[in-house]
Write a protein that binds this ligand. Structure first.
Ligand SMILES: *Cc1c(COP(=O)(O)O)cnc(C)c1O
Length: 364
């Protein structure tokens, strides 16, 4: 079976070496030495000032909203993973959906301004598939209306915009280190800021608000363990090679797929990509379903990602049409892409896709 992704696992010996240290120290969690080591290495790898390593890429979105005191309307993207909208709803905020750009499926800055009201406090946008949003335009709107900018940068690990990690933009930026992401710690995530005071606040938020024996503030339990940090320490040095291997697979698809009948998102100028996903957009949902069926019959499992468009979730209040996002969500499929996926498999997958789209286009 070929899945849409396959987690990289380090050499078991290497991981076991870290476990031995944990057994010696009997320090399993709570800001342990491996966690601190990983945070240091991540800051250096990404070139960011402050980074808090946490339990996942969802709780860090919640922490971001809480830390910036966002409780009212937030202009957000309908084209993301459900966690982006869930974080808003969980924190009692009102998601206001701005449609996405038809070429890269990131939030369309031109759609943001008309949605701003006196209750708008922030913009929460996702760098879709690891490609950067229109950062300058979003920043200009935020400054004009005094809004905060939070980026769900879950897909961007290892990708840069104008030479800097995409995680370094916005008031706060969050990443996921879930097993399916470019860099993973089994479960995990982080929140990034350039602001010293904000970093301190997030440090205490992560651990119940505890400051020594008193309390700095409210808090949550978003601490991650030494076992997760150890996985991160094993995987991080491999990231450049892992991205290189992804790039190779990516190139094989580019050479083989029939782009007469498939469209692909464009990269924002200035982005050095991390090859996180290989989304293809078909002419209709019917074609997508045909392709999926053909792949599944060969035990190949692509993923409808993102689907559905988040403005259509059953628990989102009110009808907020986003025609571009709704249309793309119906037609987009992520093909298997992971380091080490063999070229023969990309051959086979591409052939199945090309054949399935050719069949459909013939008159009935
Ligand atoms: C993976 C992902 C998340 C959630 O991250 P977890 O670590 O699984 O909680 C949030 N947003 C986007 C865009 C994601 O892809």
């Amino acid at each position: 079976m070929i899945n849409v992704t396959k987690s990289y696992l380090p050499d078991l010996e290497e991981y076991t070496q870290y476990l031995k240290g944990i057994w010696e120290r009997v320090h399993l969690t709570n800001d342990g030495p491996l966690l601190r080591e990983l945070e240091g290495q991540l800051k250096e790898f990404l070139g960011v000032k402050h980074l808090k390593y946490c339990t996942n890429g969802t709780v860090v979105l919640q922490m971001a909203l809480k830390a910036l005191n966002i409780t009212k309307e937030v202009i957000t993207t309908p084209f993301s993973y459900v966690a982006t909208t869930n974080a808003l709803l969980w924190e009692g905020c009102t998601p206001v959906f701005a449609d996405v750009r038809p070429d890269d499926y990131c939030i369309d800055p031109d759609k943001i301004e008309p949605l701003i009201t006196e209750n708008t406090q922030a913009i929460l946008a996702t760098h879709v598939y690891g490609n950067a949003c229109r950062i300058e335009q979003i920043q200009a709107i935020a400054e004009k209306y005094n809004l905060k900018v939070i980026y769900d940068a879950a897909h961007t690990f290892g990708a840069t915009y104008n030479g800097k990690s995409i995680l370094s933009y916005g008031d706060l930026s969050t990443c996921s280190f879930h097993a399916t992401k470019v860099f993973h710690t089994v479960e995990g995530g982080c929140i990034v800021t350039n602001d010293d005071e904000m970093a301190e606040k997030l440090h205490f938020y992560r651990s119940f608000g505890h400051r020594n024996d008193d309390y700095y503030s409210i808090g949550i339990n978003a601490k991650n363990s030494e076992f997760h940090a150890a996985m991160g320490l094993c995987v991080l040095p491999k990231v450049p090679d892992l991205i290189e291997s992804r790039k190779q697979v990516f190139g094989w698809y580019n050479d083989r797929l029939n782009f007469g009948r498939i469209t692909r998102p464009v990269l924002t100028p200035g982005v050095a990509y991390n090859y996180a996903y290989y989304p293809v957009v078909f002419d209709s949902e019917a074609t997508l379903l045909r392709v999926m069926e053909a792949l599944n019959a060969q035990h190949i499992v692509p993923r409808r990602y993102f689907y559905p468009s988040l403005n259509t979730l059953p628990f989102v209040v009110g009808h907020q049409p986003c025609p571009v996002s709704e249309d793309i969500a119906l037609r987009v499929l992520c093909l298997p892409l992971y380091p080490g996926l063999p070229e023969e498999d990309v051959d086979r997958i591409s052939a199945i896709v090309n054949e399935a789209i050719a069949v459909l286009s013939e008159p009935a």
